[in-house]
Structures are given as C-alpha cells and as structure tokens.
Design a protein around this ligand. Structure first.
Ligand code: SPV
Ligand code: MG
Length: 436
C-alpha cells in the first residue's frame, strides 16, 4: 500500500504503449496503489481489433511500467466483476468515454463505484495524431499475409466458437470488420469473413455454378483484404480439378487466406440449398480424399486450414454416409469438417456433431446455419461446433433494399420518396475514413 492507503484501478487493452498511456498511469499512481485490469485477447478482439501482442506479453510490458503495482486479467469490457472484487477507491480513465461506444460501460462503472463509495476520476483526453498513426500501423501489420493467415488458428485456440460473416466486396468487408455490438457489458464482433461462392457470383450477376474463375475469386479476396484485417475463409466450391487445385490452394495461402472449404461434389456444381431439386453428383470418397491429400501436400505453412465439406445430408445419402466420409476426409488430411444441411430443423446437424465428436474430439467442425437458423452460437458450441458461418445474409439484405429504392424512384419519377430510405449523403461521404 502507498502512504495514503488508497487503491486505484485502470483498464488497458493496448499493445503499443505510448506517452499518453504512461502519463495517465503516472497520474493514477499518484492517487494510490495502482492495479491494471488487462483486457484478455478475446475481449480486445471482440471490440477493437485482434491484439498484435498476446495477453501475456501485454501484461509483462505493463508490469514493467513505473507506477504499476499489479496487473490482473479483465475478462469483459465491463469493469463490474473486477471492481466488486477489488473495491478500488478510484477508477481512472480518460474523458473520451463520456460519449460514444463505451458510454454505457462508464455508466456501469459509476453505478458499481456507488455500491461501496468509490470514485471515478477522469482526465482530459487529447487526440494525438502520432498515436493514431501508431494504431494504424498495427492494423496494417494485422493485414499482412503472414500475420493474417495464422489468425484463424489462433482464434480457434482462443474461442469456443468462431463466428464468420460473408463478405463479397470492400464495403461488405468493412461491415464485417467493424460492426460491433455492446450487450450486457460484453462486446461482439465477427471474427472472420467468408468469401462465399454464392455471394461472389451474385454480386457479379452470375449463377452459383462454379462459373467465376479462380482469378476472379482472387480479385474479390484482394479487394476485401485491401481494406480489412480479419481472417478470410474461402468457399472454394469443389476445388475443381486436382491438377488445378494444387496451384490455387498455394496462391490462396500466399495471399494470406486462412482456410479453404471444398465440397465433395463433382461435375457441374449447383448451390447446395437446391438440394435434390436439381441434379448434383457427389464425388467418391477416394477421389475427394485424393484431392484433399494433394491440397495438403501443396501447402507451405501449418497455418492454412483445408476443410472438407460433406454434402451427404444435402443429397439425402444418410447420416452413416456423412460420418464415413467425415472420418475418411480427416484421415486424408482435412483440417476441419463442414457438415451442411438444408433442413430448418437442426436435428440432423446435431446428430452428426454428436456422432462425430464421439470419435473425434479435436478436428474443428463448421456449420452454415442458413436453414437451421434458430440455433444460437452457444448451442452450437455445446455440441462441439467450432466455426459458425453466416454465409449470405449481407447479400440477401443488401440487394432487396436496392431493388426497393429502384422501384420507388420509378414509381414517383423522382428520388424524394426514396431519400428517407437512403443513407444521408454526408454519412456516405464519411463512411469510409481516409485511413480506415
Ligand atoms: C455459399 O455461401 O456459397 C455456400 C453455402 O456454399 S450454401 O449457399 O449454403 O451452399
Ligand atoms: Mg458456395
């Protein structure tokens, strides 16, 4: 304890310590014995961006700063748990959270402090361009291929379920990158992006029949990568000919993509959600396993996941067939299994997960709950699912809105009636910051 016997609490997430941090730490330390609540990697990734330095390293740096007595984990953006436990006399923060995203976190801090007579002390926050540049350079670092690629693997080690949303352009990539929800003291962001064959094709006005060539798919990925930092999983359809697949998978790996999912169909691929309404042929276990093994052998790093997608339930070939294939594909080298279904009822997906997990407790399981959309991520996690992909919702919401506006303008022969449904011009001009 310091001479005045007071205790102080501050929360940090940062992986770049600059003068702004050390000066507020100094001020806080003058008030009493300072404990830092270091936000865990999962929390940092859920509200800001993936931390460039892991939790343990951030703790070590913080412990070495003069004035810091102790560093403890803070497991949510909410301070409540740590404040009730430590009951510090003071909480110190910059006044930049009075408005904006963290406003409710601040209000909760004030409420909890009231419970035992603690006090919030806020120091004026000044925007410093140099510090902003530092943050930008961290983001640029995260976007580099070698750094981005391995992040899916890290997320799988860090989180029970990795949640993934479709992106098919720069702007949808930014929505996937930035959308954040604060709920009950916890923050949520999507962890990664799905480059869907359906949505990439749709955005280009083409049917989802493996018509877009790989160069076009690479172009879309590059466009998304240019403005984002989150990991990308590509829907690589059937993977095409083995002879082509081994080249394409290496290109994807070199670009910094984290995973490719290939489906065990052959011939002219049609979208799975057509099910048996259209003719679709499943590949043989032998051929598909050979494709997986060849793909794995072509890879140069251990970061890249090649995931096998099983279409047995879609094609009504039965649970046994799906399971037999799953184990065969894992044996052939698949780093994960995606099981697909077009039923609204999740029963067959749950049955598959249970039977698969009974024999294999570690291979990541992936689901795309477009049809069985009532199941929450927590429920999937309980059943051993590791990756949940929202595969087409941005496409399915964006295009109807545009269609409606087009109809409204045609109906009224002017744009006034459509205007209320559109984003204000000012907002669209500032939507994309010059330094994203
Ligand atoms: C896609 O998003 O392109 C998919 C998933 O392959 S599904 O449309 O459900 O087949
Ligand atoms: Mg697809």
């Amino acid at each position: 304890m310091t001479k005045n016997n007071k205790s102080v609490y501050m929360s940090f997430s940062t992986d770049v310590i600059h003068g702004g941090h050390t000066s507020i730490i100094q001020k806080a330390a003058e008030l009493g014995e300072l404990t830092i609540g270091m936000l865990t990697d999962e929390v940092v990734a859920s509200y800001r961006r993936f931390p460039v330095l892991k939790y343990d390293e951030r703790v070590k740096i913080m412990e070495s700063i003069k004035g810091v007595s102790k560093v403890v984990p803070q497991k949510t953006l909410s301070y409540a748990e740590n404040l009730r436990l430590l009951k510090p006399d003071y909480v110190v923060h910059g006044d930049n959270w009075v408005t904006g995203f963290q406003k409710s976190i601040r209000e909760e801090v004030i409420e909890v402090l009231k419970e035992y007579g603690g006090e919030l002390i806020e120091y004026p926050y000044t925007i410093n361009e140099e510090y902003q540049k530092l943050e930008l350079s961290q983001r640029e670092q995260l976007a580099m291929p070698d750094v981005r690629r391995g992040r899916l693997k890290q997320l799988l080690e860090m989180k029970q379920t990795v949640s993934v949303i479709e992106a098919h352009s720069g702007i949808t990539g930014l929505i996937a990158e930035k959308t954040t929800v604060l709920q009950d003291g916890k923050t949520y962001q999507f962890d990664a992006m799905w480059c869907s064959s359906l949505c990439d094709s749709t955005a280009k006005g083409k049917p989802d029949i493996e018509l877009l060539d790989m160069s076009t798919r690479f172009r879309t990925i590059d466009e998304i990568m240019d403005v984002t930092t989150k990991p990308i999983i590509i829907d690589a359809d059937t993977g095409g000919l083995i002879e082509h697949f081994v080249y394409n998978i290496r290109t994807l790996e070199r670009m910094g993509v984290s995973a490719a999912i290939i489906e065990d169909k052959t011939g002219l691929k049609k979208n799975s959600l057509f099910g048996t309404d259209v003719e679709q042929t499943q590949d043989s276990i032998e051929n598909f396993s050979a494709k997986l093994s060849a793909g794995k052998a072509a890879l140069k790093t251990n970061d890249f996941f090649l995931i096998a997608r099983i279409e047995s339930l879609i094609l009504e070939k039965g649970m046994e067939d799906a399971l037999t294939r799953a184990f065969a594909y894992v044996n052939a080298g698949a780093n994960g299994i995606m099981i697909h279904s077009r039923k609204k009822d999740p029963a067959e997906i749950f049955e598959f997960c249970e039977k698969f997990r009974a024999k294999d407790s570690s291979t990541p399981l992936v689901v795309v709950p477009t049809s069985f959309n009532t199941v929450t991520e927590d429920e999937f996690a309980k059943r051993g699912v590791n990756i949940v992909i929202y595969a087409n919702q941005l496409t399915r919401s964006g295009f109807p809105a545009m269609q409606k506006i087009a109809e409204t303008i045609l109906t009224h022969h002017r744009a006034k009636e459509a205007d209320d449904m559109c984003m204000p011009i000012k907002e669209i001009l500032t939507l994309i910051p010059e330094d994203y």
